[in-house]
Design a protein around this ligand. Structure first.
Ligand code: RP5
Length: 161
């Protein structure tokens, strides 16, 4: 059983959402990836959401742009925690995606991260942190990841010439 599902509304979201899958791989998380458009594939969306828990998923990461109802609609169909990633849309630079995802009415939460690549990366890390609560190996990988990140920042000071 895979631990995380990475879902996106369109293949056009893949360049950003690939940042999520790269992080998941680095942190030793198993994942599956799907294109499920909330408005073009409503039946598939419902089927996916309703089967998520039974399929053993622990976290769902959903990236979408524009009127980005995908994360909220998945969340409405499952109790598996959903992290929403707002895509950097062309028309409104991602503000549309951000507000669509973050402004969930009370009752159906979606944990929303930053617009675009930063959010996509953080979604992968956050999913790993959730899984690490009950998974020592993942926790250890996160500790190493943090240490490496700190070290890179320290070393980067030398670039100030
Ligand atoms: C959303 O519409 C997708 O998540 C994507 O960000 C956006 C544009 O989709 P395409 O028209 O590129 O397929 O559903």
């Amino acid at each position: 059983m895979t631990q995380v599902a990475v879902v996106m509304g369109s293949t056009s979201d893949w360049p950003a959402m690939q940042q999520t899958t790269l992080l998941l791989e680095k942190l030793g998380i198993t994942y599956e990836k799907h294109v499920i458009s909330a408005h073009r594939m409503p039946e598939q969306l419902q089927t996916f959401g309703q089967a998520a828990q039974k399929n053993g998923l622990q976290v769902i990461i959903a990236g979408a742009g524009g009127a980005a109802h995908l994360p909220g609609m998945i969340a409405a169909n499952t109790l598996v925690p959903v992290i929403g990633v707002p895509m950097q849309s062309h028309a409104l630079n991602g503000m549309d995606s951000l507000l669509s995802i973050v402004q969930m009415p009370a009752g159906i939460p979606v944990a929303t991260v930053a617009i675009g690549d930063a959010g996509a990366k953080n979604a992968g890390i956050l999913a790993a942190q959730i899984i690490a609560l009950h998974h020592e190996e993942v926790r250890e990988k996160l500790v190493v990841f943090r240490k490496e990140q700190t070290q890179k920042s320290i070393v980067s000071e030398a670039e100030l010439i």
